[in-house]
Design a protein around this ligand. Structure first.
Ligand SMILES: [Zn+2]
Length: 358
């Protein structure tokens, strides 16, 4: 497969457009934090459990947040430099751009999404197979289409058998949607330079951390990424999407959202560590820093044990409650007991304490 790096197996498009720095997976062109490795189990459990505990479906919020994030991720990935960008978005190159987009979807593990018939700004049809989450895939397509022709799309599912067939049309709810989009664009997603650093070796061919190819196996034709150890499916999820989704949830429901989502993520993390054969795993500071940075969840700056209390400081954290939940899960799996934890965030720096539950 020409699309994957011969040395590490990671899709070439990832290494071309992204760099691992300061605990984040950063888009090279824009300098903004773009992706994180996220377990599909965690993602879907989060959506389901959060919906249950809040008493309403998260789908509309997730859809809007994902359309928005997809539009910026795809724009960034399609426009590595301005001249090519202009060419790519003009008529004769349009098919090529569609092909590129489908390749990008597969390389981030969304499943196999094929865009077929498309009349610019009027109509598109997509065939979706192996979706990691159908609503999210629909949002990703709508956002990508918007990145190309500037039109906001809505969808109609035509057939949902093995392969889901979906039509996309321009949305008629323009004013209302403009409002939401205005709100979603607010976040500052440029990571700060961190004094701590993860010790990655780069793949000599494509430049991504060598550990990435050791951690993940990419099935590019199906658009499926799994962990080599344990076979858990993951996506390279859009940080902008999670960040926007939490801002929307907090706007509606306040701070309680953070505690609920931290708890859900903690349980999923414990389950994943066991699935990956890491039950009871203890962590040194450097090892934990590398692990978190490889996933693109932020840069661990300090980890201090004071009696029974562990204090953690992490920079460049854009989805604080999920990262806090992940840390709490790592701690509980490590010590094999329940914890009390407390966290706060300022300027994307997460401060957290974890100790045995009293
Ligand atoms: Zn490589």
């Amino acid at each position: 497969m020409g699309a994957q790096c011969k040395a590490c197996g990671v899709p070439k498009t990832i290494g071309k457009t992204h760099v691992w720095r300061d605990g984040c997976i950063v888009d090279k062109a824009s300098g903004r934090v773009a992706l994180c490795i996220y377990e599909v189990y965690n993602h879907n459990t989060f959506v389901e459990e959060m919906g249950k505990q809040l008493g309403f479906s998260l789908d509309p919020i997730i859809y809007n947040a994902s359309v928005h994030a997809s539009r910026s991720v795809i724009t960034d990935m399609l426009v590595p430099h301005p001249t090519l960008g202009k060419l790519a978005f003009s008529a004769p190159f349009y098919r090529m751009v569609e092909g590129l987009m489908c390749g990008i979807f597969k390389s981030i593990g969304t499943g196999c999404i094929d865009l077929c018939v498309h009349k610019k700004s009027e109509y598109a049809r997509a065939y979706i197979d192996y979706p990691f989450n159908l609503i999210q895939c629909l949002a990703i397509v709508a956002g990508a289409l918007q990145a190309v022709d500037g039109t906001r799309y809505t969808y109609r599912i035509v057939k949902s058998e093995d392969v889901t067939e979906v039509d996309f049309y321009p949305s008629s709810r323009k004013a209302e949607i403009e409002d939401v989009f205005e709100r979603l664009s607010g976040a500052e997603l440029t990571p700060r330079e961190s004094s701590a650093a993860a010790s990655f070796e780069s793949c000599p061919k494509c430049g991504v951390p060598r550990e990435l190819g050791e951690l993940l196996s990419f099935d590019l034709p199906r658009g499926v990424i799994v962990k080599r150890q344990g076979g858990e499916r993951v996506i390279l999820g859009g940080i902008g999407s999670f960040n926007a989704m939490f801002r929307e949830l907090e706007r509606e429901l306040g701070d309680s959202v953070d505690h609920i989502s931290c708890g859900i993520e903690k349980e999923s993390t414990k389950r994943n560590l066991v699935e990956a054969g890491l039950a009871g795993k203890a962590w040194g500071e450097g090892e934990l820093r590398d692990y978190l940075a490889l996933y693109g969840t932020g840069m661990l700056q300090k980890m201090e044990q004071d009696g029974e209390k562990l204090t953690l400081t992490m920079a460049n954290v854009y989805v604080p409650s999920l990262v806090a939940g992940r840390l709490a899960g790592i701690w509980e799996n490590w010590h094999q007991k329940e914890c009390d934890n407390d966290f706060s965030v300022e300027n994307n720096v997460l401060s957290m304490t974890v100790q045995p539950r009293t």
